[in-house]
Design a binder for this molecule. Sequence first.
Ligand code: FES
Ligand SMILES: [Fe+2]
Length: 329
Amino acid sequence: MSPSPDGWQAVAIAAEIGKTPRRILLAGLPVVLFRSGQTIAALHDRCPHRHVELSKGRVENGEIECSYHGWRFNATGACTTIPGLTGAVPSYRVPPLKTVVKEGVVFVARGDPEGQPYLHCAEGQKIILKLAGSSTRSTLVDTAENILDATHTHFTHKGLLRGLSSERQRVRVDVSGGPGWVEACYTGEERQHGLISRLLEGTRVKTIGRFRHPGIAELEYWGAKGLVLATTFHLRQAAENQVDGIGCLIGPRGGLLDHIKSFAFRPMFRIALEQDRRVLTSASRNAAYWPEASPIVGPLDFLRRSIEAIVTGAMPPAANSPETFYIEL
Ligand code: FES
Ligand SMILES: [Fe+2]
């Protein structure tokens, strides 16, 4: 497992950036993404002339045109055109950001990272990959924890990820970690009875929930013959109360996602996301009324403290003291 942060941040699905530019927030910095030739360009979303948002303009021949006086900037941020000017264009520039498109996902970096970004847990394998974007009113820690938290599924996703009965199974949970990551491995849970599980799975051998720096939450479902299904979510705090995510849904080629069932899976995946969004939004709204109150980290919240440590760049407690728990799930 690569422990070090690579400096890249997944910010958009490339296919969703068509003719119109897209404004995103990257750690509070407005950035405009636009299509330029075969690639996606990223510039500070501010025209250097009168500071209008470039994303309010349009894209012409791979260059972005400001909506105020029509100045154009290319993918490197250099000004190429000032309408009405008869002489040479001065060397004005908008700061660019490094971008890379990997398997349909646009990554942006504020610095100059070496190497390729990490996209998902099954890289290099023969897989089916589906992408979905989401936006939730929440914090990065709350959202990541929600994705990885097994205990809420009985309530928030009753019938979808879990059965309608309150029956539980005794499950072993091994929590471990290292620099920049923490994971919980669940074993002993042979089958879940929710609709999604029924459609997609046979016997389950283990489930892993993992968090990686800077904001990657991933779930892996392992069957007797290997990985059955996995999700990797790239999360970022796009604004004070908003977490944007790019979700990768991964299944082995020839496996269940490859099957007609995947048509049914996507809408159900969306419903589950909506159910989570509802509880996260409720928590976020309520937090505003009790700004000093910190949430309880309960005995089943195995990953919370480690996630909190990782997002601040600290060593997660799970790295120094791996633990095993037995719970009813
Ligand atoms: S403000 Fe952008 S061209 Fe004038
Ligand atoms: Fe959930």
